[in-house]
Ligand binder design. Structure first.
Ligand code: PLP
Length: 370
């Protein structure tokens, strides 16, 4: 599929087919495509798009993050161009600060295509040996948190099994990290500015040592950001630079979207939460009434359809219990006018309405029946 244009929650391919977009740029477009904010960016284009010398917007974004999002963290963030880059920098910072090399991540977690954190050909064994994989949403992992770890990186809500019942698990993890002298890196690339203005940290009351952002913070432009406690951010001699890092176009867009979030202009988290709930409640009722062995799970506007009716507590359960004829379902869904990305995460945005949600539900029902 090749896309020609996108507007609101609609996406059109080069052949003129229009779909309801449930991908929304992997969650980056929380307001909607071609939104009012994007149209303001022209003002900065006239002043130049990249200088590779610090610009005034960066200072404003830093001030805003400090004042409204993370008052407990240092006032200067590290900016880069993607969530992947932000996590690479966060891990480097954690290693530099602690003087340790080992990192732990969770099964089912996604932090970008980082050597050692992904299963892929071409990844040298030496990088994988520095990574420990822990069971997610499972208290057994707490015993595996050992002082030889520099940090644990975790998404507060995993895209692979988005759920809202992980608060107590995250709280225990935070305590164990603090007891064992292991830094907690909260990867809020997907959840930041999506689950709440303060992301998953705000929703579950988590105070990470280091936090990473991406997606929504860029206001439609490529971004990554790393923040952390002052003593950690002040670690000397850690390399972060890059030609397009903190470029004025992205930083201007970040400033606009933060202003929108803080002043509740085009983004209302109550609306996004209730839309997600309506979607899950209605579709789950249909699955139950029709005795279809499926469910939809999620947290706020982040959802995933699961191909078993049984309770799953993490991706490991999901992989074990799911039926495997999913491609057929998603092909049918697309034929019924709904586009779901290959990561299968259904991201609702401010441009989706209850009517759009009904259309998605109807398309899903027809796809199941098909
Ligand atoms: C939780 C999480 N971390 C990191 C990334 C990587 O971000 P990017 O694709 O901007 O490199 C993603 C992207 O999907 C993500 O969801």
């Amino acid at each position: 599929m090749v896309i020609k244009k996108a507007y609101g929650c609609n996406i059109q391919d080069v052949d003129g087919n229009v779909f309801i977009d449930t991908t929304m740029a992997c969650g980056a477009q929380i307001i909607g495509h071609n939104n009012r904010l994007i149209r303001k960016i022209g003002k900065q284009i006239k002043n130049g798009t990249v200088y590779t010398v610090p610009n005034a917007h960066t200072r404003d974004v830093n001030l805003c993050l400090k004042k409204h999002i993370n008052p407990d963290l240092h006032s200067e963030y590290i900016f880069c161009n993607t969530g992947t880059e932000a996590n690479i920098r966060a891990i480097r910072l954690a290693r530099a600060y602690t003087g340790k090399s080992k990192i732990a991540m969770f099964h089912g977690g996604w932090h970008g295509g980082i050597d050692g954190l992904i299963n892929s050909k071409g990844v040298p064994l030496t990088t994988s040996e520095l990574i420990k994989v822990l069971p997610y949403n499972d208290e057994d992992c707490l015993n595996e948190i050992t002082p030889d770890l520099a940090a644990i990186i975790i998404e507060p809500v995993q895209g692979s099994n988005p759920r809202s019942d992980v608060g107590p698990f995250l709280q225990k993890l935070q305590k164990q990290c603090s007891d064992k002298g292991v830094l907690l890196i909260l990867d809020e690339v997907m959840t930041g500015f999506r689950l709440s203005a303060r992301g998953g940290a705000g929703l579950f009351n988590i105070k990470p040592d280091i936090v990473t952002y991406g997606k929504i913070l860029g206001g439609g432009f490529p971004i990554g950001a790393v923040g952390g406690k002052t003593k950690i951010m002040e670690t000397k001699d850690v390399f972060y630079g890059g030609t397009f890092s903190g470029n004025p176009l992205t930083m201007y867009a970040a400033k606009l979207i933060l202003d929108t979030i803080i002043n509740k202009k085009y983004i209302q988290y109550k609306y996004l939460d209730s839309l997600g709930e309506v979607f899950r409640n209605k579709l789950n009722s249909i699955f139950q009434d029709q005795k279809i062995p499926m469910q939809v799970m999620g947290c706020g506007p982040v959802n995933k359809i699961v191909f078993t009716e049984k309770f799953i507590k993490n991706k490991k359960d999901k992989d074990k219990l799911e039926q495997q004829n999913q491609e057929y379902f998603y092909d049918r869904l697309r034929l019924n006018g709904v586009l779901v990305n290959t990561n299968r995460i259904i991201q609702l945005s401010m441009s989706h309405t209850t009517k759009t949600v009904d259309k998605i539900i109807n398309a899903a029902y027809l796809a199941v029946k098909g």
